[in-house]
Design a binder for this molecule. Structure first.
Ligand SMILES: Cc1ncc(COP(=O)(O)O)c(C=O)c1O
Ligand SMILES: C[C@@H](O)[C@H](N)C(=O)O
Length: 350
């Protein structure tokens, strides 16, 4: 009953097998390994972007911060949601790696709304040299609240960015979960809508620690290579990143894992709702945000469930409603979900 985070999930056996297979003999370092050639081609095929520049890093924060540093000058600002991971959970890495760019928080709920984005961009007008200059728009897909922008919602945001000639970055730490939810192609959800750079996350979906950063216009990517190296994120034994990503891309393992994680979350959300929990955000992907009386949380935790509180902490009045985040990764099976829901139902009915 481990729902703390998909970051806590195990590595998929096929990925471990691929690492073992790659661990023979020698391979050129720093991304010149042959497996990286396979990864590059597979991602170009998957995104229908034959010229895309493809790079691997080991964390989602590195993927976001280095991509944004490449897209954003130090005197510019990145427009993002107030709950964006780049705002709340990367310890100012985007600001650090960009040399001081700001983040401008676009007011709104779990998903940025076009009108608020337009207002935030226009607010930087007529500031001359005194204000931060307009920079990229960053969209998280799947959002930090577990919701997924549909293609029209994404298009409404990217069209505003294009109107002001601003590049678009997509934090795709959970992009696999989003694309299987929308049942669209990765191209339809990214460059065909005007996304310029995307992180194709794997760590939360069965890999040990690999995220791909993809620039659809290779001319804008060269700088990323320098920034990755000077940021100490270029692996010398790069074949072990490539091996993971190659395994993830073969036979659509990425899709299989995301489908399973999303299905787990759907089952969990249904059971929580049936037990009377308040579902706080639409559970579009693999994360469920639900509120229950604190005493019910205490029963679940005492039975061994593990998850984070989200709208407060577990200490406090027993009958007070408390929101929590429950994340389903690829490795959970139905028995895990059912055991949790059985304990929940018993706790609620007592
Ligand atoms: C939406 C989102 N983006 C980026 C990251 C960063 O990933 P990492 O923790 O590997 O730096 C996370 C982490 O879980 C995340 O949830
Ligand atoms: C930092 C924490 O939010 C992590 N990104 C997670 O989703 O679990």
């Amino acid at each position: 009953m481990f729902f703390a985070s998909d970051n806590a999930g195990p590595v998929h056996p096929k990925v471990m097998a691929a690492l073992h297979e790659a661990n023979t003999g020698h391979a050129l370092p720093y991304g010149d390994d042959e497996l990286m050639d396979e990864v590059r081609q597979r991602l170009r095929d998957l995104f229908e972007a034959p010229d895309a520049a493809v790079y691997l890093v080991a964390t989602g924060t590195a993927a976001n911060a280095l991509a944004l540093a490449t897209m954003c000058k130090p005197w510019q600002t990145v427009f993002c949601s107030p709950v964006a991971h780049i705002q709340e959970d990367e310890c100012n890495a985007p600001e650090f790696y960009s040399g001081g760019a700001k983040l401008t928080l676009v007011p709104g709920g779990d998903r940025m709304c076009p009108e608020a984005l337009r207002s935030a961009i226009k607010a930087e007008e007529n500031r001359g040299v005194h204000g931060p200059q307009r920079g990229p728009v960053s969209i998280t897909q799947v959002t930090e609240s577990g919701t997924v922008y549909d293609l029209d919602e994404l298009r409404a945001l990217t069209e505003i960015a294009q109107e002001f000639q601003l590049p678009v970055h997509m934090d795709g730490a959970r992009i696999a979960n989003a694309v299987v939810k929308l049942d669209c192609t990765l191209a339809q959800m990214t460059w065909k809508l005007g996304v310029d750079a995307v992180s194709f996350g794997g760590t939360k979906n069965g890999l040990m620690g690999v995220e791909a950063v993809i620039f659809f216009d290779p001319a804008k990517a060269q700088e990323f290579e320098y920034r990755r190296k000077r940021g100490a994120h270029l692996f010398s034994k790069h074949r072990y990143l490539s091996a993971q990503m190659a395994a993830y891309l073969r036979d659509d393992l990425w899709r299989e894992c995301a489908l399973k994680a999303n299905a787990n979350a759907r089952r969990l959300a249904q059971g929580l709702e049936q037990a009377g929990a308040e579902i706080l955000h639409r559970p579009d992907a693999n994360m469920v945000f639900a509120a229950l009386p604190r005493r019910i949380h205490h029963r679940l935790l005492a039975a061994g469930a593990q998850y984070y509180p989200w709208t407060g902490d577990f200490n406090g009045p027993a009958d007070e409603m408390l929101g929590a985040r429950l994340v389903c990764d690829w490795s959970l099976d139905t028995a895990d979900i059912n055991r949790f829901l059985d304990i929940l139902q018993t706790s609620v009915s007592e």
